[in-house]
Design a binder for this molecule. Structure first.
Ligand SMILES: Cc1cc2nc3c(=O)[nH]c(=O)nc-3n(C[C@H](O)[C@H](O)[C@H](O)COP(=O)(O)O)c2cc1C
Length: 155
């Protein structure tokens, strides 16, 4: 299956997961970029507000034809219980070009099922898995990641 990884990462956790998925599947990755300043305490509060209110942001255009891929593996941090505004903006903008998408979340605490329910509003066939930041940083998630990729035949 022809897969592509599309991710957003503010502090590097999702970037690490994206690099591992890319290496396991031998596929390309695209890092999403936005025009927002989510830094500092004000940025943190804005991040949560944008996320919970499902607000959209301006993102840098994607230079590849997404419709050429069988599956897009989207990787997002959880912010205030949901996918980040940058990832939501990507989905909203490019959904019509995407054949199939699955989602990998990283978060501090885990158990963010409502973020998956929300994701399925866009892609109702989607599979999902969530890893905690701690498990990613300890490399204590690779068995689960491999199983997820294998079970969902995204490779
Ligand atoms: C603004 C903001 C809100 C967050 N909200 C949550 C949350 O609701 N639940 C949770 O478990 N983790 C939450 N986190 C933690 C991140 O999801 C977690 O650290 C993630 O792995 C960061 O990914 P990144 O390093 O790729 O940016 C939040 C982090 C930020 C910056």
């Amino acid at each position: 299956m022809n897969s592509l990884v599309v991710y957003y990462s503010k502090t590097g956790v999702c970037k690490t997961v994206a690099e591992n998925v890319s290496s396991i599947l031998s596929c390309n990755t695209i890092e999403l970029q936005d025009n927002m300043n989510f830094k500092g305490i004000i940025g943190f509060m804005k991040s949560g507000h944008y996320s919970i209110k499902k607000k959209l942001v301006s993102i840098k255009p994607i230079s590849v034809n997404l419709s050429e891929y069988d599956n897009i593996l989207i990787i997002s941090p959880i912010w205030a219980g949901y996918m980040t505004p940058t990832v939501r903006s990507f989905i909203t903008q490019y959904k019509a070009d995407i054949n199939n998408a699955d989602i990998i979340f990283t978060s501090a605490a885990g158990n963010n099922e409502k973020a998956f329910i929300d994701f399925k509003e866009y892609f109702n066939e989607a599979n999902y898995i969530e890893f905690t930041k701690k498990n990613v940083q300890n490399n204590n998630y690779l068995t689960d990641l491999n199983r997820f990729l294998e079970n969902n035949k995204v490779n």
